[in-house]
Design a binder for this molecule. Sequence first.
Ligand code: FES
Length: 110
Amino acid sequence: MRILRALSVSVTRAGSTKPSAPVIAAKHPFKMQVKAGKVYPWCVCGHSKKQPLCDGSHRTAAPGLSPLRFTPTEDKELWLCGCKQTKNAPYCDGTHKQSHVQSFEPTAGT
Ligand code: FES
């Protein structure tokens, strides 16, 4: 599996020393069929309503975070992280199975 990353993840809130933190969007990964050469914006902040992809919600919900854009080199099926805790973004690395993710209870505004 070979994927090129066009942009890296920004983790610092613009104009602030306090970084925005991603929220857990889902306690599971999303299976997605991708096309070679197409750019996909993976949601980093967890606020998108179009998981696992970005819908622009980071601009108001998590300033300082931006999507991670990736371009597959072949048509294939991928498992993209929904919990936003993976160490191998945008792919699921199994972190969602850990108790801090599985016990997460969303609050209003997350
Ligand atoms: S969904 Fe995030 S690591 Fe699996």
